[in-house]
Design a protein. Structure first.
Lengths: 386, 263
């Protein structure tokens, strides 16, 4: 059985459970957590109890082995009420996700220590790629890892890194330059030489943690290079980027859908010139555009997810999803503030938080400009001739 | 190995905004609100929660979910399975789609007999769509077993059920030998959220689909007839009470309320 979107029975059950949990348990404190820039560890453990951080992990790692589309539907529902929490979750599982594809030796070393605690919601990880002088231009990164006996010695710094400063962050996956090209190295929190700055003050996403990290002769075991030496490390790096574009795209769909629902309800309630403002064509124009773009975003995201789940190459669809969904959600949040009028600018209505939160989405995980470049590349624009 | 049968009905989402609630007066039917999925009746998932609490204590308990309804009711059964129930039975037969409470109870009682042996039947105190609140008791009547209604705590031990009941002015605890029927109220507590792992397990579980003829009974006939179905018109008139001081306003308000025979 499936619905008009073609979601399976299990996908619909997951969607409904996360929707209910988000509305009843996540939404009530979201505004306060934002105001106090506070992360709720107890709430995260409850996500763990439901099995949400472990959704994508295989059953042998305490996961439930769902498809990516199910996880995206969960992120969409959670982002409707708290974008920070959903961001922390998908960023936070990336480490365990990558580890589960490690060598047998790595899995044996990491399973009980990192992978399963992540699935249970007891731990998160950080992904450290961006540097002060290397953002979109990842190739300019300077952080270096040098092999020394059976250790890596890491030097460099990273910036705008989510999750690293959370109490339950077990490790960072650090993108480094090595003698053999790029590699992702696992650096456990607390490793001597690995330090971090105070939480950065942000426009939005305030209950998620963002910091600057530095590595100063930081030593970790040779084993900690993801995928091991000389094997398909590039594939791990780029493959990881594709899927996270769908995650952020799904977050954006959730925000846009919520902005639409809130705006529509408000427009039908708010009276001006003796009638509900939903009767005015200019207001309808905003509502219609939001409704249309939410639907389009979902279609694109669902297609990209299904390609991923069918093990097809989906670099273009992933970039399109990220580009379209985050840009349209930015417009939707802007419309929502407009529909709410002065109230929309006040922190008493959630739309002002959505407007601030969504602003990061067209920047993080590859800016919109970078996504356009990728789409153009995938379209063959850089290959001359007909 | 206790066997608990939980009754679960699918209903239109009670959270549907009032502005989208419509009835077809000619057909005497509720028109499903577009785009809003039906949901399990809330008291029924509370019943499943009650059964799961017994299973938490006695792990070899088997919980069977029984639902009568159209194709979409399968979703309600899957939801209850995802909460942690073991088996699902769906009575899906157009001949009883319009069953009244008596016909519903007859069909469910026959299904329960087919699922025997059983120790406990748990139902919600009422379905949140029609709010009749009689199906549980009627089933007990047909099966000739005791019924305890509006429970807030259900304990099961060695063939005896102990239920704390909600009364108008307090609580009372009653016992009954099994098998028996218990209906539960929201005071029992929130139903648990389905966990991911359970959702995935439930997705793989087969739901038995039966028709009335599988139950070996003739199609039961309704005993009640729906005469009319309509949304009552509510008129709201606002009247502002003016006055120079709060005291004067209060006095005027009291006078006005007395005039309207409200106090
Ligand atoms: C809330 C938040 C959380 C983040 N979390 C993480 C994290 O966990 N880990 C992590 O590694 N990073 C994280 N980042 C960093 C993020 O990935 C980078 O900010 C992003 O990749 C852009 O890099 P930059 O800031 O250096 O901008 P720049 O690369 O300097 O870009 C500046 C502008 O120039 C444009 N531009 C750059 N190159 C081109 C080009 N070739 N063509 C056209 N336009 C171009 C960009 O699109 C942008 O508009 C986070 C950022 C935010 C805001």
């Amino acid at each position: 059985m499936s619905d008009a979107n073609g979601y399976t029975e299990a996908q619909l059950q997951i969607q409904r459970m996360v929707r209910e949990f988000s509305r009843k348990e996540v939404a009530p404190g979201a505004e306060e957590r934002d105001r106090e820039s506070r992360f709720d560890y107890e709430l995260y453990r409850r996500l763990g109890g439901l099995g949400l951080p472990g959704m994508l992990l295989p059953e042998q790692f305490a996961g439930s082995d769902t498809d990516a589309l199910s996880f995206c539907l969960a992120l969409e529902e959670m982002s409707r009420v708290d974008m920070s929490l959903a961001l922390t979750m998908w960023v936070g599982i990336q480490g365990a996700q990558s580890m589960a594809h490690g060598t047998d030796e790595q899995i044996a070393a990491w399973r009980g220590k990192y992978i399963e605690p992540t699935a249970r919601g007891e731990m998160v990880s950080a992904g450290a790629i961006t540097e002060p002088d290397a953002g979109s231009d990842t190739a300019a990164l300077k952080t270096r890892a040098v092999a020394d006996g059976d250790e890596w010695v890491i030097n460099g710094s990273k910036i705008f890194i989510s999750n690293a400063g959370l109490e339950h962050c077990g490790f960072a996956m650090v993108l480094c330059r090595t003698d053999e090209g790029y590699g992702i190295i696992i650096v456990p929190t607390g490793t001597p030489g690995y330090t971090m700055g105070p939480p950065l003050r942000k426009m939005g996403l305030r209950s998620s943690d963002t910091r600057e990290l530095s590595f100063d002769d930081c030593r970790v075991p040779a084993l900690n290079l993801l995928g091991g030496r000389g094997s398909g490390r590039e594939a791990i790096i780029t493959g990881g980027f594709y899927i996270t574009r769908l995650y952020l795209g799904s977050q954006a769909i959730g925000v846009a859908a919520e902005c639409l629902d809130l705006s529509l309800a408000y427009a039908k309630r708010r009276i001006a010139f003796k009638r509900p403002i939903a009767r005015f064509e200019y207001v309808q124009g905003m509502l219609v555009e939001m409704a249309l773009e939410v639907e389009l975003g979902r279609l694109l995201r669902d297609k990209a997810c299904r390609m991923h789940d069918a093990h097809q190459y989906y670099a273009k669809e992933a970039a399109m999803t990220k580009l379209f969904c985050t840009e349209m959600a930015k417009r939707a949040a802007d419309h929502a503030v407009q529909v709410f009028g002065g109230a929309g600018y006040m922190d008493e209505t959630p739309v002002s938080r959505y407007y601030r939160d969504i602003r990061a989405a067209t920047i993080a995980e590859g800016t919109s400009e970078v996504q356009k470049y990728i789409i153009a590349r995938e379209m063959g624009c850089f290959q001359d001739g007909g | 190995m206790p066997h608990i049968i939980c009754l679960a009905k699918q209903v239109p989402d009670p959270e549907t905004p009032a502005s989208q609630f419509r009835v077809d007066e000619a057909a005497k039917r509720v028109i499903p609100a577009p785009g809003i999925q039906p949901v399990p009746s809330q008291f029924d998932t509370i019943g499943v929660e009650g059964a799961l609490r017994i299973k938490d204590k006695i792990p070899d308990t088997t919980i069977t979910i029984l639902s009568l309804g159209p194709d979409s009711s399968r979703d309600t059964i899957k939801h209850c399975l995802a909460m942690g129930a073991d088996e699902g039975v769906h009575i899906n037969d157009p001949a009883v789609n319009e069953a009244d409470h008596w016909a519903t109870a007859e069909v469910l009682a026959a299904a329960i007999q087919k699922l025997a042996p059983y120790d406990l039947i748990i139902a919600g105190r009422q379905a949140v769509d029609w709010d009749m609140g009689v199906v549980g008791s009627t089933i007990a009547e047909i099966l000739g077993v005791p019924v305890i209604t509006i429970g807030k705590d259900v304990q099961y031990e060695n063939g005896v059920v102990r239920v704390e009941r909600v009364l108008m002015d307090g609580f009372e605890t009653v016992e009954a030998p099994t098998p028996c029927v218990v209906t539960v109220s929201n005071e029992l507590g929130e139903p648990r959220y389905p966990q991911l792992r359970q959702i995935m397990l439930a997705a793989r579980k087969e739901v038995k689909a039966w028709t009335v003829s599988d139950l070996g009974i003739p199609t039961p006939q309704n005993r009640t007839k729906l005469e009319a179905l309509f949304v009552p018109e509510t008129k709201v008139e606002t009247e502002f009470i003016d006055g120079d001081t709060p005291q004067e306003k209060a006095e005027k308000l009291a006078g006005r309320l007395r005039e309207a025979k409200l106090i």
